[in-house]
Design a protein around this ligand. Structure first.
Ligand code: NAD
Length: 497
């Protein structure tokens, strides 16, 4: 199918009125404050390429002021009991839920994502706060006990202090929530720098949670990665830096963190293999991949983007997948509830993804559907399935981060596992089979932080999310995130006297 056959819909009315935008300032020590340098960055609507708002261009001095505020607020916040912190997190969740529609519309305008995706992000953000509010009241660790004779050991979980957080543009509010909720629950204070492309919902969150949190407990500094993000990563008074972003930014943050030996928590990219065996329920797999491969226009670190299918069913599976992908409605978020795919987030990312598609074609891959940009304004790319992909082609190794799924074949189980693991990433993977032995064996041998069996991209607040290898280290969600944002202290009492 040529790319021009994809239905594209256009919005009639703006989704957000000017009065609903958040302030174009940093949020530091409980108040919105202008950037010290006086600079601004444009926030662009990905559907039109037009500037819709501006955000303060943070400087190193702005970050320093925020870290100081967070440091000053830290002793008071950590003294609160888990119950007290939990109650505040529940109230934050209540406020987000009460303004869910506004958050979803702002997120949709800023990122271009469909309203259904934006609403899901907001629901998951609310659930993250509720989960962490509950989990912090039920800690799990070794019991106080005389592990050495005559000595009573207490294992304590302490906050780290000030945590620096840097978030990406693909799920701005949700990725912020994944960090803010466990960091605050564990008794830390924080300074967050959202992506310069998509700062709106994080600033709205600051506005909304104002007066719920004591001043300085939660701070936002907007600005670019190499300036504001880098200062946060290198700041000597920041105890830990947590980044969700690309591998390159992860490396930069880890390097900047080295001098002060601060802890580093990295949720980086992915290139999730989807291993489909001949005995799999192929129609069910194709339906699941329609969502898992293209949710948020494939701008999803766990996206089911790399299908490895047994050669005996490869042709049939590609047909089923193309049939699914052919029914997408692509459009602007304001165009209506039927829109399922939006544009890519920025001109630069659009050029990156279309560049991948051009090189894939030059290397011999064929677009069974889609394959390039859509006509008209904005950063729209047609949902694409690439077949006849040569072994080792760039499009099967590198994270494209767009609505593009590649289909390769394998002959046997060993080859499937070897090829699935032959990328630098290790965030997520899935196995599709009706064979119980194989579902366990292959899941165990896949080198990924999350492996689904007969599904893909299903998440829950109770279970950890994070990568192996080039996808970084550290865990979001679940009690593992609470542990990551805490430090463990052993206090041993001599009880023989
Ligand atoms: P990005 O790395 O370009 O930007 C992420 C953040 O890092 C931004 O706030 C940016 O300003 C900041 N940054 C950039 N350079 C920096 C530096 N030198 N020091 C400090 N901060 C710096 O990533 P992106 O394009 O916004 O997001 C897409 C990437 O994020 C993809 O690779 C995707 O896989 C990854 N991601 C991973 C997860 C996960 O859970 N593993 C979730 C979402 C996104």
């Amino acid at each position: 199918m040529p790319t021009s056959d994809v239905r594209r819909t256009t919005a009639a009315e703006p989704l957000v009125s000017p009065a609903e935008f958040p302030p174009d300032r940093h949020f530091v020590d409980g108040a919105f404050r202008p950037a010290s340098g006086g600079g601004f960055l444009d926030v662009v609507d990905p559907c039109s390429g037009k500037t819709i708002a501006q955000t303060a261009e943070g400087t190193a001095e702005d970050v320093d002021a925020a870290v100081q505020a967070a440091g000053a607020a830290a002793p008071g916040w950590r003294r609160r009991t888990p119950k007290q912190r939990s109650e505040i997190l529940h109230r934050i969740a209540d406020r987000i839920a009460a303004r869910a529609d506004l958050f979803a519309r702002l997120e949709a305008v800023d990122t271009g994502k469909p309203m259904a995706v934006a609403r899901d992000d907001v629901e998951q953000a609310v659930d993250t706060f509720r989960f962490m509010a509950g989990a912090v009241r039920a800690p799990v660790s070794a019991a106080a006990e005389q592990y050495a004779e005559g000595h009573l050991s207490l294992i304590q979980r302490e906050p780290l202090g000030v945590v620096g957080v840097v978030t990406p543009w693909n799920y701005p509010l949700l990725m912020a929530a994944w960090k803010i909720a466990p960091i605050l629950a564990a008794g830390n204070t924080l300074v967050l720098k959202p992506s310069e492309l998509t700062p709106l919902t994080t600033l709205k969150f600051a506005e909304l949670t104002d007066h719920l949190l004591p001043p300085g407990v939660f701070n936002v500094v907007t600005g670019t990665g190499p300036v504001a993000g880098a200062r946060l990563a290198g700041h000597p008074d920041v105890a830990m830096i947590a980044l969700t972003g690309s591998v390159g930014s992860g490396r930069a943050v880890a390097r900047a963190a080295a001098d002060s030996l601060k802890r580093v928590h990295l949720e980086l990219g992915g290139k999730a293999p989807v291993v489909v065996f001949a005995d799999a329920d192929l129609p069910a797999a194709a339906v699941a991949l329609r969502t898992a491969g293209y949710w948020n226009s494939g701008q999803e670190c766990g996206a089911a983007c790399r299908v490895l299918v047994h050669e005996s069913v490869a042709g049939r599976f590609a047909e089923l997948l193309v049939e699914q992908v052919g029914s997408f409605v692509v459009g602007e978020p304001g165009a209506g509830e039927e829109v399922e795919l939006g544009p890519l987030v920025s001109q630069a990312h659009f050029e990156r993804v279309t560049g991948f598609l051009e090189r894939a074609r030059a290397q011999g891959a064929r677009a069974a559907i889609g394959g390039g940009a859509l006509d008209g304004p904005g950063y729209f790319v047609a949902p694409t399935v690439l077949v006849d992909v040569p072994d080792g082609a760039e499009c099967t190794r590198e994270e494209i981060f767009g609505p593009v799924v590649t289909v390769e074949t394998f002959r046997d189980e060993q080859e499937a596992v070897d090829r699935a693991n032959a990328v630098s990433y290790g965030l997520a993977a899935s196995v599709w089979t009706e064979d119980a032995r194989r579902s366990h064996d292959v899941a165990a041998r896949l080198d990924a932080g999350t492996v689904w069996v007969n599904d893909h991209l299903v998440l829950a607040s109770e279970v950890p999310w994070g990568g192996f290898n080039g996808s970084g280290y550290g865990r979001d969600l679940s009690v593992y995130a609470l542990d990551d944002f805490s430090r463990t202290k052993h206090v041993m009492h001599n009880v023989t006297r």
